[in-house]
Design a protein around this ligand. Structure first.
Ligand SMILES: *[C@@H]1O[C@H](CO)[C@@H](O)[C@H](O)[C@H]1NC(C)=O
Ligand SMILES: *[C@@H]1O[C@H](CO)[C@@H](O)[C@H](O)[C@H]1NC(C)=O
Ligand SMILES: *[C@@H]1O[C@H](CO)[C@@H](O)[C@H](O)[C@H]1NC(C)=O
Ligand SMILES: *[C@@H]1O[C@H](CO)[C@@H](O)[C@H](O)[C@H]1NC(C)=O
Length: 289
């Protein structure tokens, strides 16, 4: 019989070996499950749910909108607000033409897409009758077919400096949208001053304010201001162009989406609303859902 000391020593060595074997098997098992899952499952992007807001100013022929359709087909989770702009606005009162109508019906078929119509205000200097006429023209599309409805209006070139006249102008055009029967569902109103507007110009009826629309370099100088915007993130959109090639979208969109529930970013430095960069799909996939 061995001395008990040796027996215990052997026992210990054996249990260490057993422990080593068991933990190796456990680690291998975890790897065997986790590695394929990490490959199969889309990488989870961290951050609060955020929509892509896309100014889509290209003409829908020659596959110009294909990058968008490809992204929409690849995932149905992410929300998209797509700004339609046939001709610096809706174009003439008889409709935007066959190409547009077919492409809009196709976009509207996605439950996660909200189409909104582009209307310029020229910093509230445009004849307000013409602005209202543009809203009516978009609303009229819904009478051509249910799947041609526009779901809101993107007012571009909105002033950021308060005056009573500007306030009345903005209230009037917002009321025109919210009371328009032809504009569908929640009649989203987006204002684009491109910067933070004076507080009295933030109307309750304005759903989303584009409080930043500029280059990545300018964005760097405005980050502190954007971080301290007063309203809930659901009321803000940020749009950043000329993102340097070396900047990863993941960290950028995670920053942007902390303070804005609608975002757009592109590495293109020109024609960024008239064309898609090769980075379009990367950007979309970096937006938290
Ligand atoms: C309105 O615009 C559409 C599309 O550009 C065009 O096909 C049509 O001829 C225009 N109608 C009028 C009355 O100008
Ligand atoms: C839109 O609706 C019309 C009928 O009103 C239908 O013929 C057409 O196929 C629809 N388009 C799409 C893309 O769903
Ligand atoms: C705006 O346009 C309407 C109709 O086109 C015209 O009657 C009105 O006088 C214009 N208003 C201004 C301020 O120019
Ligand atoms: C806007 O909404 C806020 C908060 O719901 C409310 O206190 C305020 O009275 C509203 N203002 C107007 C002009 O309706």
């Amino acid at each position: 019989m061995e001395a008990p000391r040796f027996a215990i020593e052997r026992q210990r060595r054996r249990s260490r070996r057993t422990w080593f074997a068991v933990s190796t098997v456990a680690v291998l098992a975890i790897l065997a499950i986790a590695v394929p899952l990490a490959v199969i499952l889309p990488r989870k992007v961290h951050g609060p749910p955020t929509a892509v807001i896309l100014p889509l100013y290209s003409y829908p022929l020659g596959g110009a909108w294909d990058p968008l359709f490809r992204t929409l087909d690849s995932s149905h989770e992410r929300q998209y607000t797509v700004v339609i702009n046939p001709n610096d606005g809706p174009g003439n009162t008889s409709g935007p033409g066959e190409d547009y109508l077919a492409a809009i019906a196709r976009l509207n078929a996605y439950a996660n897409v909200r189409t909104i119509g582009y209307v310029r205000t020229k910093y509230a200097s445009r004849n307000i009758t013409s602005v209202m006429q543009d809203v009516t023209t978009y609303a009229h599309w819904s009478t051509m077919a249910a799947n041609l409805s526009i779901h809101g209006i993107f007012f571009d070139e909105v002033p950021s400096a308060y005056s009573l006249d500007v306030l009345q102008y903005l209230s009037t055009i917002n009321d025109a949208v919210k009371s328009s029967e032809g504009i569908a569902s929640d009649k989203l109103i987006v204002h684009n001053p491109g910067t933070e507007p004076d507080a009295p110009l933030v109307l309750n009826s304005t759903d989303v304010i584009v409080s930043f629309e500029d280059s990545y370099d300018i964005y760097q100088t405005k980050r502190a201001i954007l971080r301290s915007l007063p309203l809930d993130r659901s009321r803000y959109a940020f749009m950043v162009h000329s993102v340097p090639p070396s900047v990863g979208f993941k960290s950028l969109t995670s920053q942007l989406s902390t303070h804005a529930a609608s975002v757009f970013a592109t590495k293109l430095s020109q024609n960024f609303y008239e064309s898609f960069g090769s980075d379009w799909s990367d950007f979309c996939h970096s937006v938290p859902v």
